[in-house]
Design a protein around this ligand. Structure first.
Ligand SMILES: Nc1ncnc2c1ncn2[C@@H]1O[C@H](COP(=O)(O)OP(=O)(O)O)[C@@H](O)[C@H]1O
Ligand SMILES: [Mg+2]
Length: 273
């Protein structure tokens, strides 16, 4: 197999052999570059994110995984001196078009971060926080949302009798599932997760991984992970990034077991990290 591997220079473009979800692409990234001031962090990234599937972004630290993830919901907008070129479309709309309503865009994409970040309030209030922001006051809707989101995040049974206790008293793994519940409370289409298990122990990690499997199909999920076993376990498609470039993108099994490029092979077999 190794003999068949090629160097990227032998390919005109990044390799594509992605698994299709059957319902098309949720996000389409074309020739996307990003600069933090003078420093270029992404170089001509072109890839699609398939509807209802789990897409993993892997690659060594500093290769641009978080930058690309944050570009999808324009979280990077808050950074001074940021500039981009190229295009990202979501359901056909250009995310970076001047007329794009960024608040509305972010509502369609829930985000989960490396460290669980529950707010210092009750479990109940954490989950319905996005609805509170929208001014929803109907108790029935709020109660239904809490149950649906906590069920969805596989947390309901553990917390249903203490919904009004502080979220800060939960374990780290529960806090992260609470953050997932909060992210799905407003029924987004996409879930963006940036190394959601990096602060968790192995048992809490495997619960989140099971949850990701349950959520896929209902949501389009993009997950950044430095844990290659995790990418192999949870994702349908894997994008390997290196030094700000997308090197290889394909269905996860192929990327891990029969990568097309030598660089990908070296990374997935742990020869550099
Ligand atoms: N706010 C920022 N300002 C300037 N440079 C940044 C900023 N955030 C990230 N970078 C740089 O961009 C590159 C990609 O970073 P990042 O997307 O965080 O990588 P990864 O998530 O793969 O570890 C790195 O060189 C990093 O130092
Ligand atoms: Mg990162």
């Amino acid at each position: 197999m190794v003999a068949a591997l090629k160097l990227q220079a032998e390919y005109p473009d990044t390799v594509y052999h992605v698994k299709q979800g059957g319902t098309g692409s949720a996000l389409s990234i074309r020739d996307f570059s990003l600069f933090y001031g003078a420093k270029q962090a992404l170089f001509d990234v072109t890839m699609s994110v398939e509807n209802g599937l789990v897409t993993a972004l892997i690659g060594p630290s500093g290769c641009g995984k978080s930058t690309l993830l944050r570009s999808l919901n324009r979280m990077n907008d808050l950074i001074d001196g940021l500039s981009t070129s190229g295009e990202i479309t979501f359901g056909g709309t250009d995310i970076y078009a001047p007329q794009t309503d960024v608040i509305a865009l972010r509502k369609r994409m829930g985000m989960v971060f490396q460290k669980p970040n529950p707010f210092p309030m009750s479990i109940y209030e954490n989950v319905i926080y996005p609805l509170r922001v929208d001014g929803v006051t109907d108790k029935r809707i709020l109660n239904e949302t809490v149950e649906r989101a906590l069920q969805g995040a596989a947390l309901w049974n553990e917390v249903k009798d203490r919904l009004h206790e502080s979220a800060l008293g939960m374990s780290g793994g529960q806090q992260q599932r609470l953050c997932i519940a909060r992210a799905i409370a407003s029924e987004p289409e996409v879930l963006l997760m940036d190394e959601p298990c990096s602060a968790l122990d192995p048992i809490a990690t495997s619960k989140i991984e099971e949850l990701i499997e349950e959520l896929s199909g209902h949501y389009t999920i993009v997950i950044v992970t430095h844990n290659m076993q995790q990418a192999a376990r949870v994702s349908d498609n894997t994008a390997f990034m290196y030094l700000g470039r997308l090197i290889e993108y394909g269905d996860t099994e192929t990327v891990f077991t029969q990568p097309k490029l030598e660089k990908t092979h070296e990374y997935v077999t742990g020869r550099f990290g």
